[in-house]
Design a protein around this ligand. Structure first.
Ligand code: SF4
Length: 359
């Protein structure tokens, strides 16, 4: 059993999405088009919502984009978190525009007086704020302290910032600690998890592109979630936000924390395989495309009828190819024999029917 939520964190609400408390781990990402391109931004938010994001963060680069931000907040299907650096007034404008939460870096928001003003307004309007530290934004006194390792510097820096907020009476906090090193991130989150009861935003920053970026994110976020650490996650890739959300959802599904949509089980193939199984799996994925299912269904595509259904006995539905034919099976039991070339179409039809009937 996972240790998730053994030590309950405080609850905050970002729009309708609860974070911490007994809420499930939520998925978020960022928009990646210039903010003044309002329709493109809204289209992108629609796609990431379909992919399974529950929150969207939007960077506000300057005051020229505030009009666009206001309209996007109004029309977004997801609660919007405003991401602000350097200009503290932008945080005030963003709250006025209806931002559901803020992400700021207390060290670069225009000084302590401006920070106090932001905390005052956020407290009045019940707007949660994510604060944190990354390896590039450490408190000076810790950045130069050689007695601390890099994770400890991150944790000490963020604890100081938490204390500052608490001293102002503000506790609607969410905490993040970012490093592009997986091991440093894991160590830092373990420490902060023990040191405070604020909900934690977990991610590996700047993981990079493609496979290496995905592997780093899965390792860092996966290890922490498995230990019950993390209340909301963001996978950061040099890729589209939809891709980030898909990876985040796979992490949650792989850890049995949250499932939705198709979970595909496919055999690795071996000398018994009598068909281009890799090609068949690609075809299956193409046929389903980016379709979004709220329900979850475990589907297996296996290379032989000898071991296939047995190896995927817990799949809801599956297909196993033999030399001559293909067999559809449900929960390990053979149901129907069909021509190999029709197998994928029939499988997709059955999935569609199941999804419609269980809507
Ligand atoms: Fe080989 Fe059959 Fe197992 Fe696939 S399911 S790896 S073909 S034994």
């Amino acid at each position: 059993m996972l240790a998730y939520n053994e030590a309950m964190k405080r609850e905050i609400m970002i729009g309708s999405v609860g974070i911490g408390g007994s809420h499930p781990v939520s998925v978020q990402t960022m928009t990646k088009v210039p903010l003044n391109r309002i329709q493109s931004t809204l289209n992108q938010i629609g796609r990431i919502a379909d992919a399974g994001a529950e929150l969207v963060r939007i960077g506000i680069p300057d005051r020229n984009t505030l009009k666009a931000f206001t309209r996007i907040v109004r029309e977004s299907p997801l609660p919007v978190i405003a991401d602000i650096h350097f200009d503290g007034d932008l945080a005030l404008y963003a709250m006025e525009a209806g931002a559901a939460a803020l992400r700021i870096n207390p060290g670069n928001i225009g000084g302590n007086e401006k920070l106090k003003e932001i905390l005052r307004v956020a407290g009045r309007q019940c707007v949660p704020i994510r604060i944190g530290a990354n390896s590039g934004s450490l408190e000076k006194k810790y950045a130069q302290d050689d007695s601390l390792n890099r994770s400890e510097r991150l944790v000490r820096s963020v604890l100081d910032r938490i204390r500052f907020c608490e001293d102002q009476g503000f506790t609607l906090l969410k905490i993040s600690l970012k490093s592009s090193s997986v091991l440093e991130t894991i160590e830092a989150y373990r420490m902060i998890d023990r040191a405070c009861d604020y909900p934690l935003h977990v991610g590996i920053t700047e993981s990079g592109p493609g496979l290496p970026g995905i592997v780093k994110s899965v390792l860092g976020i996966g290890v922490l979630l498995e230990q019950g650490i993390g209340n909301t996650i963001r996978v950061s890739l040099t890729a589209s936000p939809e891709e980030e959300v898909r990876v985040a959802r796979e992490i949650l599904a792989g850890l049995d924390l949250r499932r939705r949509g198709i979970e595909l089980v496919a055999c690795p193939t071996c000398s018994r395989t009598s068909i281009d199984l890799i090609g068949q799996v690609r075809r299956f994925q193409k046929m389903l495309g980016d379709r979004h299912f709220d329900r979850s269904l475990k589907v297996a595509i296996m290379g032989c009828e000898v071991n296939g259904p047995g190896e995927a006995a817990d799949a809801d539905i599956g297909v196993a190819f033999s030399k001559g034919k293909a067999y559809l099976f449900q929960r390990g039991e053979k149901m129907e024999r069909v021509a190999k070339e029709d197998a994928m179409d029939i499988l997709v039809q059955k999935i569609n029917t199941w999804m419609e009937e269980n809507e």
